[in-house]
Design a binder for this molecule. Sequence first.
Ligand SMILES: Cc1cc2nc3c(=O)[nH]c(=O)nc-3n(C[C@H](O)[C@H](O)[C@H](O)COP(=O)(O)O)c2cc1C
Length: 229
Amino acid sequence: MKKFQNPIFFKNLTVAFFLTFIFGFQHLFAETKKQHVLIVLAHPNPGSFNHAISKTVEERLVHNGHQVRVRDLYKMEFQPVLSLEEWKRYESQAGETPADVQVEQTEIQWADHLILIYPTWWWSPPAMMKGYLDRIFTPVFAFEADVEGIRGKLKDKKVSIIQTTGADETFIKENGMDESVRKLMGIGIFGFCGMQVAHHEFLMGISGKSYDELKVVLTEVDAMVSEWF
Ligand SMILES: Cc1cc2nc3c(=O)[nH]c(=O)nc-3n(C[C@H](O)[C@H](O)[C@H](O)COP(=O)(O)O)c2cc1C
C-alpha cells in the first residue's frame, strides 16, 4: 500500500505512460509514411556492383514496408537520345509527348521519392542516365520557364542519389569533386525542377575493392537506406 503512495512511483508511472503514448503514436505516424519509391538504375552489366546496390536498396525498402518500382534503363533498352522532334517540342512546348517518355513520366508521378543509382563516368552520370534526364524532365512536366522566371513543378517529390566512383576519397576530397557533382545534381538539375535532394551518397574507390570489401559496402548501403526510410 505504501508503495502506491510513493511520489517517485507515480512519477515513473506517468513517464512510462507518456512514453508508451508517444511511441505508439510515432508507430502509427510511421505507418502512414510508407512511400512510393522509384529506383532508376543505369549500368550496362547485370553482374555489376551497381546492380547489387540496386537489389540491396530494393530489398531493404520492401522489407521496411515501402512500395518500390525499378527502372533498369539498360535492361529496358531505354532510348536516351533527345531527337530533333523532341527538341522542337522542348522549345515550343507543343506537340505529342513520345509514348516511352509518357510511361516514365507516369512512373515519376507515382513516386514520392526517386533513388538514382549509377557509376561515375567522367564525373557525370553515364550517358544513359543523362539521356533519361534530358528526355523525361521536360518543360511543362518538370518545370515552367517564362518571362516571370522558372518554376519547378515536381515540388512534392524528393530524390536521393547513390553513385559509385573509381577514385578514392583522398582524390575526391582534395579536388572537391563531390561538392561539384552535388551542386550539379542538386541545384542544376533537381533544384531546377523544384525537387529536394534528400541524400547524395558517393561510394568511393569501388574499382579498387575486393569482393569481401564490396560485401561490407553493401551492408553499409542496407543500413544507410534503412535510416533514410
Ligand atoms: C567510361 C568510364 C568513365 C569513368 N570515369 C570515372 C570518373 O570520372 N571518376 C571516377 O571516380 N571513376 C570513373 N570511372 C570508374 C567507375 O566509376 C567505376 O568503375 C564504377 O563506379 C564501379 O562500379 P561498377 O563496378 O558497378 O561498375 C569510369 C569508368 C568508365 C567505364
